[in-house]
Ligand binder design. Structure first.
Ligand code: ZN
Length: 389
């Protein structure tokens, strides 16, 4: 016999299921409306905005400079609104997704902290929803990039995927069963700050020996500049190329020289790749995904980076020889991944918006038809009463 206690507990469990169902992405992309949405990627230097269709195709893209850190949060909001309004002149915008370089809370409403911007506990979603009058979603840029690779890129068909973005630092994201794992507070996936070398290089985060100090664009450039500044014979090639200006050494230049066969540049990319493989082996021990997708600017070095990473991964994987190995794949969508993923995630909230508003919209349209008929007395008399307001 069921008691009141059973009843209320069942009720609570059901409410819990409904709450998760409201925010879950699992398979929901299959039933999301096939409408174009806007994706915005806010990086350290550039803000990129684009209209993306349901197949991940970019219909139009525009970009502008990221407002300086000293500018108020309002200035960044203005920048976003300008980009969306510009695009909405030429496209129907049904929802806006934002991928921001920073920490976003688990409700995907508030930016807790962004290193390149003045955002501190910034309620970005609600502020922009009010200004743009369309549903807005805010997420971490690594999460949106991982979502894009899973939907349209190198991670298609994988149900356990980890994305690693090698840019100036390391960004990361975890996808399981078609859902981004954000952690309890929204900041999961900060792989770059796992300590790999006790007492190692100082990291801007305040600790020493973080993974991104050994495997990132910054690490690559730091090592090359160190060798060039010491006038090492192995660095003569790159010193020549920059005319002796060590500060002109950049990641893309190192990759270019490595492709031309410069021994030092090949070696530096190998080092970065090996550290990448060590970190991936650690992540495999903790998360055991079926696929690692490597994205970000440094991944442009292709096999010069990824082949050494695969070697080191195999040498450091715990239980090697006795377990299936994850695939390591290069990301396919390039620098637009974050923008495409943000737009695609926004499509999910577009559906929720449409559902809650459909009735109101239909009522309004019925009323408009009725009013139109009244204005044109020559045409047929309205057959339908106006809806009660
Ligand atoms: Zn760190």
């Amino acid at each position: 016999m069921s008691t009141y206690r059973d009843f209320t507990q069942r009720g609570t469990a059901r409410a819990g299921v409904l709450r998760t169902a409201g925010t879950r992405e699992r398979r929901s992309h299959l039933s999301a409306p096939r409408v174009p949405t806007v994706g915005i990627d806010i990086g350290g230097t550039k803000v990129m905005a684009g209209v993306v269709d349901a197949d991940g195709v970019i219909l139009e893209r525009i970009r502008t400079e990221t407002p300086d850190k000293s500018k108020s949060p309002k200035v960044v909001e203005d920048t976003i609104c300008e980009l969306v309004l510009d695009l909405s002149d030429r496209h129907d915008v049904h929802a806006v997704g934002i991928g921001a370089a920073g920490w976003v809370d688990a409700h995907r409403a508030t930016v807790l902290f962004a290193p390149h911007l003045a955002w501190r506990n910034e309620p970005l979603r609600d502020a922009l929803t009010a200004r743009l009058a369309v549903p807005v979603l805010v997420d971490n840029d690594a999460n949106t990039a991982a979502w894009a690779e899973w939907r349209f890129g190198a991670g298609r068909g994988e149900d356990h995927l980890v994305m690693i973005t090698l840019g100036t630092g390391i960004g990361g994201a975890i996808l399981e069963d078609g859902r981004v794992k954000r952690g309890k507070y929204g900041v999961a996936g900060e792989f770059g700050h796992m300590q790999v070398v006790p007492g190692g290089h100082r990291c801007p985060c305040g600790n020493r020996g973080c993974w991104e100090q050994y495997s990132s664009g910054n690490a690559l450039v730091r090592e090359a500049r160190e060798l060039a500044a010491a006038d090492s014979p192995v660095a003569y090639g790159i010193i020549d190329r920059v005319g002796g200006n060590v500060r002109d050494i950049t990641g893309p230049l190192i990759t270019e020289l490595a492709r031309e066969g410069d021994a030092m540049c090949v070696e530096l990319l190998q080092d970065i790749g090996q550290w990448l493989g060590v970190g991936i082996a650690n992540l495999a021990a903790a998360l055991d995904p079926s696929c690692f997708v490597i994205g970000g600017g440094v991944s442009a070095a292709d096999d010069l980076l990824i082949a050494p990473a695969r070697d080191a991964f195999r040498r450091h994987l715990t239980g090697r020889g006795y377990r299936p190995e994850a695939r390591i794949a290069k990301a396919q969508l390039g620098p637009e991944a974050g923008m495409v993923g943000a737009a695609d995630l926004a499509r999910l909230v577009a559906r929720r918006f449409r559902r809650t508003n459909r009735r109101r919209v239909e009522r309004h349209e019925r009323y408009e038809r009725y009013a139109q008929a009244l204005r044109n007395p020559g045409s047929a008399r309205p057959t339908q009463e106006p809806p009660a307001s």
